[in-house]
Design a protein around this ligand. Structure first.
Ligand code: DSN
Length: 426
């Protein structure tokens, strides 16, 4: 049977993909959770592995024909285990680290932790969403805040850093079954050992969600919770630069509970094309060039934060240790949403975000979240960060000036033409 290329079979979808390819090439992408997966990762994701059903785990499947899929999954697991043990927070024997690569993404990975360890209405503690936490760490609109008793902790008013004294006080008072350490909008290093000691004191399971920082963690650029936390969850597409997917690491004693929670507890057949993409990403992340990449992500974030601070922007906590920063626009008298939309029109793509203790509403908060994983994947460095800070300042200072947005967009396009992004077709 003839099998035409996409452009011939479905010109509409082919055109939309080409449009997105162009948008990703011609814009400065500063959304902290986004990146550019390599051509090799994209090829694995678009492969025939997605045709196969493989409910279960290697050598224990519910369908026949797993000769290849078992190898794919075992390869991904072996590569991740080797990679993440290299900079483990506490040394672990390889056999003691269990890895599950089947979660469809970060939220399902986190739900598996609940299913593995909690009963409905048990108590969970996590960083509150307004302070930079994630929905699945017990926020009221999430199933994790509806089916469990959630006791959020926050950041200190004076420096916007996680208040470990508050975490300990609340943990002693509420005796959570599960204690999360994980963030989506927090620019500072996480102290996994401090969380471990609090979890030990109150008898909680300690789960670290490193979705945002897993690329920094495996490169040794951020401390690792491996060997420290009972369970570590992550997406695979942020700083890790793999396919859209999820992964869970846990101590051997929790292997069965986690595996059963993922399948059959929450999911059916794993997305084998994604598993192959994770294996490719793990191979890429084990190269010395990835360590250089992770260091450059942080260096770029520090440069950008300092440049914005110099231009009079509020930068929460005064800077960053990782791949992102939170900008407080209060001093500029521009709401976050108006600023983000003006920047989008100028080809600088980021998201509006609440800042800690934000007096404004979540749909139109006071801040912006800015991340450097994607621009660093294109090879942009200090000179480009300084230029981007100048562009942001220019556009945010006159959010209604559409001519300025158009001229900035042309400048952005010209700058981007010198930095071809991984994975895109030019
Ligand atoms: N949506 C992700 C982020 O942007 O941080 C978290 O799930």
């Amino acid at each position: 049977m003839l099998d035409p290329e996409l452009a011939e079979r479905d010109p509409d979808v082919a055109r939309l993909i080409a449009d997105e390819n162009r948008r990703e090439h011609e814009t400065v992408r500063l959304i902290a959770s986004e990146n550019y997966a390599s051509r090799a990762v994209l090829e694995a994701m678009g492969s025939c592995l997605g045709n196969k059903y493989s409910e279960g785990y290697a050598k224990k499947r519910y369908y026949e024909g797993q000769q290849v899929i078992d190898e794919v999954e075992e390869l991904a697991i072996a590569r991740l285990r080797r990679l993440f043990l290299e900079h483990a927070g506490r040394p672990m024997a390889p056999d003691d680290l269990h890895v599950n690569v089947q979660p469809y993404s970060g939220s399902p990975a986190n739900l598996a932790v609940y299913l593995a360890f909690l009963k409905p209405h048990d108590t969970v503690m996590g960083l509150g969403l307004p302070a930079g936490g994630h929905l699945t760490h017990g926020h009221s609109v999430s199933i994790t805040g509806k089916f469990f008793k959630s006791v959020p902790y926050g950041v200190r008013r004076e420096d916007h850093r996680i208040d470990m004294d508050e975490v300990r006080r609340l943990a002693r008072e509420h005796r959570p079954r599960l204690l999360w350490c994980g963030t989506t909008a927090y620019p500072r290093t996480l102290d996994f050992e401090a969380f471990r000691s609090i979890a030990d004191e109150v008898g909680a399971i300690f789960a670290a969600d490193i979705a945002h920082i897993s690329g920094l963690v495996c490169a040794g650029v951020h401390p690792s919770p491996i060997g420290v936390a009972d369970v570590v969850t992550s997406t695979t597409h942020k700083t890790f630069r793999g396919p859209r997917g999820g992964m869970i690491f846990c101590k051997k004693e929790h292997a069965q509970a986690i595996d059963r929670a993922v399948f059959p507890g929450l999911q059916g057949g794993p997305h084998n094309q994604t598993t192959a993409g994770i294996a490719v990403a793990a191979l890429e992340a084990s190269q010395p060039s990835f360590v250089a990449y992770a260091k450059a992500v942080v260096a770029n974030a520090k440069t950008l934060a300092a440049a914005l601070l110099e231009r009079g922007y509020g930068v929460t906590t005064g800077g960053t240790d990782n791949h992102l920063m939170l900008i407080d626009l209060t001093s500029k008298n521009v709401p976050g949403k108006a600023a983000a939309q003006a920047l989008d029109r100028a080809g600088v793509v980021l998201n509006y975000n609440a800042v800690p203790f934000d007096p404004r509403k979540p749909f139109d908060p006071s801040g912006l979240r800015i991340g450097t994983p994607a621009v660093t994947s294109r090879g942009m460095g200090k000179a480009e960060m300084l230029r981007i800070a100048e562009m942001i300042d220019r556009v945010v200072s006159a959010p209604g000036d559409t001519d300025l947005q158009a001229s900035t967009q042309a400048e952005v396009r010209e700058m981007c033409s010198h930095f071809p992004a991984p994975g895109l077709r030019l």
